[in-house]
Design a protein around this ligand. Sequence first.
Ligand code: SF4
Length: 210
Amino acid sequence: MKLSRRQFLRVGGGTAAGLATAGVVELSRPQGARAMVQQPWKLRDTRQVASICPYCAVGCATIIHAREKTPGQKDWQVVNIEGHPDSPINAGTLCPKGAASIQLAVNARRQTKALYRAAGSDRWEEKPLDWMYDRVAQLIKEARDSTFVRTQRVQTTGQDGRPVEVERKLNHTKAIASLGGATMDNEWNYLHLKLMRSLGVVYLENQARI
Ligand code: SF4
């Protein structure tokens, strides 16, 4: 028998209603919705803090929810990160990367100790953070001091039109470069550039591209 669309719906609806009356199927209660009601609310007993997604230059605003692992102990554990609805930038939305940013904080593979691998070594060693700071400072100083160029003699044209060699100040090193990130704010960038320029670093870049 060939049925029109309307006839099909009428027959199908009648069949479903008949089965429901006979207690065979339960209508009008979505199974998923019923299951959700039985779950505890994921944000219960949480505290929320406004923040910014650290991943890219768009700078989407987020809300971070955290819950005390032990009530009253202030040992906060991040349990949820979502888009901030009041932000004029993202209006509550996040891209997949930002939506997964909770994995930065809650991740068994997150590195929490400073590791050092000596030149030529095939293994990493744990070192105190202060040791790392000193090591970085020492390497920066060595690289800068060994490559710093104060002046350079260049050929130019004198006032009389003849070629002339003059000495120009450079005060720079080309052995160090600085790459900034999107989440460095204005104040940080200002101080960072002051530091880099005081060292004579000329290769200054930033990942942010708005
Ligand atoms: S949510 Fe996506 S688009 Fe927004 S800042 Fe993060 S990475 Fe960039």
